[in-house]
Design a protein around this ligand. Structure first.
Ligand code: NAD
Length: 501
């Protein structure tokens, strides 16, 4: 029972790794917003690795984590971590079914901001805090859908700025951090680093835009010039993060107790793969992450392209064809041999030629990706891959198409066009058995409307220029697109995939 595990003499069941280092000697040098599944499977795990190694313990011990939650669901995390002395269990599952069970000890404190916002602000303002890190989801940066920039008109944001102007305490991650930065500046404590670990291309740039945008609103209300100080002093390193971490289910909690005899209110289950490529851009030090497998580099962009065009676009190639072929779990789709061959051919022939040089064996990376997709122990759903296609296809797949068709490209877009056709067929909203398909997308109605017209006008779906620009006019793309769409409608997904490979 992790409530007991903090006591002296606690013994772990066989095969379970307890923190074997002195937790009383840890000091929180990182304040992290958004302690969910992913943070606990990723950043907190890397720090735990550093703490387990006697060679890096002393240095890492100054970088333990104080978690902060600002949303009501974080109350549950506060209670779970408080009762367990910050400890939680990480279950890493490999494709062959092997499990590694680790009790992670790198989180030493957790604050639910509404309980005491002042304490959170002072914690960040404290000289011992040198990094603020974030996994507050893609939606947590208040980015406007159309402009792609911080949305200063969001009523929640303007209401908070007004409230702060009236002397009320801040409530959001932006409000809390900006107030702490103001105190650090005024007291001469100096800057810290703000490190986003969210799954956003250019996550550091995005965070910089959001904190800067919020500070400008505050400045307008108070006559301060905090935004200029943030712009000049605070680094926002970019990073690429990767580890498939589904939400914890009641079954996961029961299985941990049944199979490993560990009672934990909120464990985390994830795959055994992990990757973190981090830009080395910090103002007051950082943990020596490179010693535990983090790739610390000058430029993250080539790695982001690799991940977006192989993993994320690969998921799109698997998702719609997989769904239409009747698969509901990702591992079932990824072990459907013709489909796996098709996805790999997309990666090799279309995505790979558009990548920039990276210090990575791309063939091995792609082999690993397909093995990760096929991991039957991480129950990822096809439905999840098919979420928000209108965000994902334009960000992950269409850049590959554009580069292939641009001057200097190879012009190879047959498979990418087929993936777009599979999405167009999916958006008709009825599967091959006549059952309704639930389309989870911000613009689901628009997608259904365009797809609904393709019986009369075969290119109707591509006429949505907000998504596709002028691709509808390029026959190099529309010819293979139409071939696949017709095939999907006449012989179905499984047969279509077979003919594509
Ligand atoms: P989660 O639901 O377990 O945790 C999300 C956390 O973010 C919670 O603490 C929540 O309160 C907080 N949050 C949400 N909106 C917020 C807001 N507006 N302001 C402040 N905090 C907010 O989700 P997770 O699986 O931990 O994923 C979090 C993020 O991590 C993802 O959105 C993604 O950017 C990144 N990520 C996740 C995975 C994965 O497989 N789960 C993989 C790579 C990257």
């Amino acid at each position: 029972d992790l409530k007991e595990a903090g006591r002296d003499g606690a013994v772990a069941p066989d095969g379970v790794l307890l923190p074997d280092y002195d937790r009383d000697g840890l000091h929180a040098g990182i304040v992290h917003f958004g302690v969910g599944g992913f943070h606990r499977a990723h950043q907190a795990m890397y720090l735990d690795r550093l703490l387990r190694d006697p060679d890096t313990y002393a240095e890492a011990s100054r970088w333990a984590i104080c978690g902060v939650g600002v949303m009501p669901p974080d109350l549950r995390m506060r209670d779970a971590l408080r009762d367990q002395h910050g400890l939680y269990t990480l279950v890493e599952k490999s494709p062959d079914g092997e499990q590694r069970v680790i009790v992670v000890g790198s989180i030493v404190d957790f604050r639910y901001a509404p309980d005491d916002p002042e304490a959170v602000i002072e914690k960040i303002a404290d000289a011992g805090t040198r990094i603020v890190s974030l996994t507050v989801t893609e939606g947590g940066y208040n980015i406007h859908n159309v402009t792609g920039e911080f949305d200063p008109k969001n009523p929640k944001i303007t209401a908070e700025v007004e409230a702060i102007g009236r002397g009320e305490a801040p409530t959001s991650v932006f409000g809390l951090v900006c107030e702490a930065l103001r105190r650090r500046r005024d007291r001469g404590t100096g800057p810290l680093t703000i490190m986003s670990c969210d799954n956003i291309q250019g996550n550091g740039e995005t965070a910089k835009g959001s904190f800067g945008g919020f500070a400008r609103l505050l400045d307008a209300a108070t006559g301060d010039d905090l935004a200029a100080w943030i712009d000049a002093e605070i680094p926002f390193p970019n990073s690429m993060v990767d580890r498939i971490t589904p939400a914890t289910t009641p079954d996961d909690i029961e299985a941990l107790e049944r199979e490993h005899h560990v009672r934990d209110a909120w464990p985390v289950v994830c795959e055994d793969f992990d990757q973190w490529v981090l830009e080395d851009h910090f103002v007051d030090g950082r943990p020596p992450y490179e010693k535990v497998g983090v790739q610390v580099v000058d430029d993250v962009m080539p790695y982001e392209l690799m991940k977006l065009r192989l993993l994320n676009a690969g998921h799109q190639a698997l998702g719609y064809f997989g769904y239409l072929s009747g698969h509901r779990y990702v591992n079932d789709a990824a072990t459907d041999q013709p489909l796996a061959t098709f996805v790999r051919a997309y990666m090799d022939e279309e995505a790979t030629p558009t990548l920039r040089p990276v210090d990575e064996d791309l063939d091995a990376y792609k082999d690993t990706l397909l093995a990760r997709f096929a991991n039957s122990h991480v129950r990822d759903t096809v439905q999840r891959l098919c979420l928000e296609g209108s965000d994902r296809i334009p960000k992950f797949l269409l850049p590959v198409v554009r580069e292939q068709l641009a001057e200097g490209g190879h012009g190879e877009v047959r498979r990418s066009a087929a993936v777009v056709a599979s999405w167009a067929r999916y958006c008709e909203g009825v599967d091959e058995q006549g059952e309704p398909i639930e389309i989870n997308d911000r613009i689901a109605d628009t997608l259904r409307e365009y797809a609904g017209r393709q019986d009369e006008d075969e290119l109707a779906f591509l006429r949505n220029s907000d998504l596709f620009g002028d691709l509808v006019d390029d026959e190099r793309f529309t010819a293979p697109y139409l071939e696949t769409l017709r095939s999907l409608k006449s012989v179905g997904a499984k047969e279509t995939v077979r003919s594509l490979v």
